[in-house]
Design a protein around this ligand. Structure first.
Ligand code: COA
Ligand code: MG
Length: 349
């Protein structure tokens, strides 16, 4: 799945940048300050739910024009609720995973959302899905506390998956209790070690059970979403924003993405394939951001060689802003993300 190359709409192109500033460009940029080449992150911007109850959608997930960074095959809310239907969805997904193992994206791009641990379906879901090494991530809905994560982890250990190493756990925060327990949840590690019990890698913002009435401004969700981002950042996790249910309005989606990105989310959940391009394009740096970051790295190198730890950066509309170590870190991060997204990074002279 070559999602990185197909979704660089907002990235700087050579032409864009050359119009804005005079400098030389190189496509194999030199190593920048303290940024090791090997630390480029794998982008995980779009998480697309694919209902396991639909043969058609399962098949479609393999041929999408704009593939998501992560596909979530869903056994939970998009499958009807009866025991019969849940079992049928599980069997359908199992058969699909068995038959398509050659055609699936890499395991790090394939997730399954299980039914939550309080349901009679969880154990069977886990036993079935963990047989497939092609599934690299488990999405756990309705995580209210670390006790829930311990339970999940014990289940993984007991099932003794041959390749549990690298199994990612994504916790969906959906309740007021989950929000109250964020710090403990985000700092959780498996008592069996990541190799046997899985590793928490991301928090999903899903505030269905908080009594919040959602409006277009999303003002009422600001506190909860922001808490999720800050806590995820504090513990080195991805922070994935809520779905945009308004799936036929690209402009509305774009605004939601920008809002999420400004809050610090690293990606967004997606329910329809037509949302993927916008989400992937939104959760990468803009060309102005890349350009500014490249200038900061270049000028900080000069400042350091003159025994200075800060300098004044010319602002676009005139004036100067002070740049020091924290801004340098942000700039390095922007360059890493830009490279991971396949964007050109200018070499500023
Ligand atoms: N995954 C894979 N394929 C999908 C898809 C998805 N999530 N959503 C739509 N498609 C496919 C459809 O099968 C259709 O393909 P086809 O015409 O070749 O059969 C095409 O994309 C266009 O679909 P469209 O007609 O615009 O959508 P819809 O009205 O059939 O379905 C939803 C709309 C929202 C019901 C559907 O996108 C969906 O079920 N999304 C997932 C919902 C979900 O997972 N919810 C729980 C998580 S919050
Ligand atoms: Mg739900």
């Amino acid at each position: 799945m070559n999602s990185l190359r197909t979704s660089i709409l907002r990235c700087a192109t050579t032409h864009d940048i050359a119009r804005h500033v005079k400098f030389s460009l190189t496509f194999a940029p030199r190593r920048l300050l303290s940024t090791p080449a090997s630390s480029e992150p794998t982008l995980r911007r779009s998480y697309l739910y694919v209902p396991a109850s639909s043969d058609r959608m399962l098949e479609k997930s393999l041929t999408l024009g704009a593939p998501p960074d992560v596909v979530i095959y869903d056994l939970e809310d998009s499958a009807p609720p009866t025991i019969h239907d849940k079992k049928a969805a599980r069997q359908r997904l199992s058969q699909f995973l068995h038959q398509t193992k050659e055609n699936l994206p890499a395991a790090e791009r394939v997730a399954v959302r299980l039914n939550d641990i309080s349901t009679p379906f969880f154990q069977d879901d886990a036993a079935d899905i963990l047989r497939y090494p092609s599934v690299g991530t488990l999405v756990l809905p309705k995580i209210h506390s670390v006790r829930d994560l311990h339970y999940v982890s014990r289940t993984i250990r007991n099932l003794n998956r041959s390749s549990a190493a690298g199994l990612r756990i994504v916790a969906s925060i959906e309740s007021a209790r989950g929000v109250m327990g964020l710090k403990e949840i985000a700092s959780w590690t498996s008592e069996f070690g990541a190799d046997k019990g899985g590793e928490l890698t991301a928090l999903l913002a899903n505030c269905a059970d908080t009594s919040v009435v959602r409006t277009t401004s999303k003002r009422e969700l600001l506190f909860v979403r922001s808490q999720i981002v800050i806590t995820a950042k504090a513990f080195g996790l991805e922070a994935i924003d809520m779905v945009c249910v308004n799936y036929k309005d690209p402009e509305y989606l774009r605004e939601e993405c920008q809002d999420g990105r400004r809050l610090g989310f690293t990606g967004k959940q997606v329910i329809h394939p037509n949302q993927v391009v916008t989400v992937n394009a939104s959760f990468v740096p803009t060309f102005h951001e890349i350009l500014r970051a490249a200038k900061i790295l270049h000028q900080m190198n000069i400042a350091y060689s003159n025994q200075r730890g800060a300098f004044g950066l010319e602002m676009e509309g005139g004036g100067k802003e002070m740049i020091d170590a924290p801004m340098l870190k942000q700039a390095e991060n922007i360059i890493r993300l830009a490279r991971a997204a396949g964007c050109d990074v200018p070499h500023v002279e």
